[in-house]
Structures are given as structure tokens and as C-alpha cells.
Design a protein around this ligand. Structure first.
Ligand code: SAM
Length: 285
């Protein structure tokens, strides 16, 4: 899981996750970040192709599982799209109009520029909005896509809230932090239980999908390359410039230190956790 917001766990507030002392508490909204931390995080991440683990091939695999490729004139939303890596793949692969939603306009400006460059300006529309108050009509979408972002409102709340925007039979495709084994080292378990209490196994997530009115149609795990080559290494390559243009501010150094800790956590424990990619169909209508 990208956890650039976890970077703030040693500070007074964090990007989006529950405050340490209250592990069961609901996620904090992005608005609760210290302004200094938020602008630094934007500064660090806006030049990234991705703001979390993922890969173009993996987005294409999810599209293949969804069966959407055979259909035309689709209406799709990409929620928490960041600078839009998945949005661009969706635009290339599908006959679709895509509304790309994020709460940070700085990320959407990058996507607007890329969409213009790649001649998708007419099919990709960006929209600043909260994933908790999406601007779509009920049953208006053929697919809701969201890579590495649903945790911001929590998997259970997110999938239930977004279901109403899907047409009957519409597709939900989300990637989500997932335990890959039944047994985990205690330190790792404690870390994720505090950071994201909804972390669970694929079987638990599938059951939740079924209980929430979806029929799972596919599941796979993002390979380590999606974390290391596609996300962490490019992020680490930006640290030196980030620190220098921010005069090595303590807040900037704290963000870099926390990102490095997150990378180390993944490198050490990657056989136990990862991102599961869940593709499901709206059912039960
Ligand atoms: C881990 S990043 C993933 C970005 C992108 N999907 C990717 O995989 O590169 C999470 C994204 O969710 C966005 N976000 C956080 N809280 C949000 C909210 N309440 N509503 C909409 N977007 C939000 C962040 O700005 C960020 O772009």
C-alpha cells in the first residue's frame, strides 16, 4: 500500500489513517493533515507517475478480468486516481469516457496535461471531489475503478457507498492492502492493525464483497515489481531534490525518514502482505 501518509505517523496528525492511540478509530480525512505536511507530501508525490504500488500490465489484467473490453461507450470513474497512471491505461484499453476523481487538484493537473499530450482530452475528465461525496447519479456508471485509494474511507464503507453508482452488472475494480498468509510476524501484524485495522485476507475481502452486493469475478496479487520498480525506487530517487528544495526542513526530513521505513517494511515482510486486486460485478438487483 502506498503509504506516503503513513509518513506522518510520528507527527501530530497523519494523512488518512487512524491516530495511533486509537487504533480502532475511523480514518482521518485528508483535511486533518497539517498544512505544512500536506504541501510537502504533494511536493514529493506530484512528480511521480504513481502515488502507490501498481503497474500498467496489472491494470490491463484487471480490465481483461472485467470483460469490459468487449463493450462500447462505457462510463467509468477512477477514484483517488492521483496523477492518473491507471486512468491513462483505462483510456487506451476501453471505449470509455472516464471521470478521474481525486481530492488533490495538483495531481489532477498532471493528469490533465498527460491526457492532452496523449490525445485523450475529450475522454478523460478530471474532477476534484471527495470519494465520500462523489458527484455521480445512481446507476450511471459501467465501472468504478480505484487503485490503492479505497482505504481512505475504508474498504467496507467504500465498496458499499460506490455500489449505488454502478448500473446493474457494473464492474468494481479496487486494489487493497491484503494479508497473503494466515500467520504473520507479530511486529508486522501490530503495525498494520494500528495503521489500517481493515487489513484482511483475500477470503475476508471476497466475503465482504459478497455481503455488500457484489459477485467477485477475479483476484490477483500485485507482484513486488509494482511496489519496488514502479513506486518505491522512483520515489527514493526524488528524495535528494525534495529535501534540497525544501531546505532540509525537519518536516521534510521526517517525511523522507518515514517513507524509508515503509520501504524497509515492505522489503522485509513482502511475503506476508501486498496489494490484492479485486474485480467484482454488481449483483443482487
Ligand atoms: C495511494 S494514492 C493512489 C493514487 C493512484 N490511484 C495510484 O495508484 O497511483 C491515494 C490517492 O487518494 C487520494 N485521496 C485521499 N483521500 C481522498 C478522498 N477523500 N477523496 C478522493 N481522493 C482521495 C490521494 O490524493 C491520492 O491521490
Amino acid at each position: 500500500m502506498d503509504h506516503w501518509y503513513h509518513g506522518l505517523q510520528t507527527r501530530r496528525t497523519r494523512f488518512n489513517h487512524p491516530i495511533e492511540q486509537n487504533p480502532g478509530q475511523r480514518s482521518k480525512p485528508i483535511e486533518s493533515l497539517l498544512l505544512e505536511d500536506l504541501s510537502l507530501l504533494i511536493d514529493l508525490h506530484k512528480d511521480g507517475e504513481r502515488q502507490g504500488p501498481g503497474g500498467d500490465d496489472e491494470t490491463r489484467l484487471a480490465i481483461a478480468l472485467s470483460g469490459l473490453g468487449a463493450r462500447s461507450q462505457l462510463q467509468v470513474a477512477d477514484i483517488g486516481c492521483g496523477t492518473g497512471a491507471s486512468t491513462l491505461v483505462l483510456a487506451k484499453a476501453l471505449d470509455a469516457r472516464i471521470t478521474a476523481v481525486d481530492v488533490l487538484p495538483e495531481f489532477l493537473q498532471r493528469l490533465d496535461a498527460a491526457a492532452r499530450r496523449e490525445k485523450f482530452g475529450a475522454r478523460i475528465k478530471t474532477q476534484v471531489a471527495s470519494m465520500e461525496a462523489l458527484p455521480f447519479a445512481a446507476q450511471s456508471l459501467d465501472a468504478v475503478w480505484s487503485e490503492g485509494a479505497v482505504y481512505n474511507m475504508g474498504f467496507a464503507s467504500g465498496i458499499r457507498a460506490w455500489r449505488r453508482f454502478l448500473k446493474p452488472g457494473g464492474i468494481l475494480a479496487v486494489s487493497e492492502l491484503t494479508w497473503l498468509t494466515q500467520q504473520r510476524p507479530q511486529a508486522l501484524e501490530a503495525h498494520w492493525k494500528a495503521q489500517y485495522p481493515e487489513v484482511g485476507t483475500a477470503a475476508e475481502k471476497m466475503a465482504l464483497l459478497e455481503r455488500s452486493g457484489f459477485s467477485p469475478v477475479g483476484y490477483f496479487v500485485l507482484p513486488p515489481r509494482c511496489w519496488l520498480e514502479n513506486y518505491y525506487r522512483p520515489l527514493q530517487a526524488r528524495f535528494a531534490d525534495f529535501l534540497s528544495r525544501n531546505q532540509n526542513l525537519p518536516a521534510a526530513a521526517a517525511i523522507v525518514a518515514a517513507e524509508e521505513q515503509e520501504v524497509a517494511l515492505f522489503e522485509r515482510y513482502r511475503e506476508y502482505f501486498g496489494y490484492g486486486y479485486y474485480v467484482a460485478k454488481r449483483a443482487g438487483d
